[in-house]
Design a protein around this ligand. Structure first.
Ligand code: KIV
Length: 287
């Protein structure tokens, strides 16, 4: 039976009741089917797909066209989840008009419920413009992967009082601009807690501690399906790399040794047809 669609009011109710919000990234249909079955509240089609799926060394090469195709596939697999499309690099930085046009594609073409974009006070005007255009926006603060050149790499943020206070101020500015939720990445738990306590919108953590209103993990990290690096905040709930590698090696061995395919993987001929084929082969032997 299909579950009730997750909406923004549901997410606010969860915050009000102190119930944790669950969120995962997803990039494809079969994984979306499983996340829907498991009952995850929010699915983010993150621009992290540039790294986890396409093999780039940063998120910057993700494009709107690629993001929309993957988001459409995820929506087909997860009709009930609250679906967020991640605004790729340079899809919202140039102007509010471009941001609205690109964000609108996520809602119209991929049936998203919202979009996410990175930044604080520097993107408050874009957040306000999208909100006025009826597009719900999740903010993203702390470690913002589209700014790694400025941040000097994938590093934890807000580790001294002044830097932490900047993140708190950015969160307030995003809320005032109309963001319906904020994702906070890679900051100490005390900073995640302070932001959460001061906010009236849901605050989701990815590496921002237990006191936020919900948690996000990147699906390839939590399934053990991404080897390049593992951030401190990741817990591996499975070892897909090991499982898949074993399956590939077993397949190669069986093919090489002539043990695959076995009889049960082969089609049988219709009754009496084998004898007829053998006759045809004998007759045609000299041809
Ligand atoms: O693209 C993504 O998956 C993200 C996470 C790193 C939060 O934005």
């Amino acid at each position: 039976m299909a579950r009730e669609k997750v909406t923004i009011p549901h997410l606010f109710q969860k915050k009000a009741r102190g119930e944790k919000i669950t969120m995962l990234t997803c990039y494809d249909y079969p994984t979306a089917l499983l996340q829907e079955k498991a009952g995850v509240d929010i699915i983010l089609v993150g621009d992290s797909l540039a790294m986890t799926v396409l093999g780039h060394d940063s998120t910057l090469p993700a494009t709107m066209d690629v993001m929309v195709v993957h988001t459409q596939a995820v929506r087909r697999g997860a009709p009930g989840a609250f679906l967020i499309g991640d605004m790729p690099y340079m899809s919202y930085q140039v102007s509010s008009q471009e941001a609205i046009r690109n964000a609108g594609r996520f809602l119209a073409e991929a049936r998203c419920d919202a979009v996410k974009l990175e930044g604080g006070r520097n993107v408050a005007e874009v957040v306000a413009a999208l909100t006025r255009a009826t597009i719900p926006v999740m903010g993203h603060l702390g470690l913002t992967p589209q700014s790694i050149a400025q941040l000097g790499g994938f590093k934890a943020q807000g580790r001294d009082a002044e830097a932490a206070w900047q993140v708190v101020e950015d969160a307030k500015a995003l809320e005032q601009a109309g963001a319906f939720a904020i994702l906070v990445e890679a900051v100490p738990p005390e900073v995640g807690q302070l932001i959460t306590e001061r906010a009236s919108i849901p605050i989701i953590s990815i590496g921002a501690g237990l006191h936020c209103d919900g948690q996000l993990l990147i699906v390839h990290d939590m399934l053990g399906f991404f080897e390049a690096f593992t951030p401190k905040f990741v817990k591996k709930y499975a070892d897909l790399n090991g499982i898949i590698l074993r399956a590939f090696r077993e397949y190669i061995d069986e093919v090489v040794q002539g043990r695959f395919p076995a009889a049960e993987h082969c089609y049988s001929m219709k009754a009496g047809e084998l004898a007829r084929l053998q006759n045809l082969a004998r007759e045609g032997k000299g041809a």
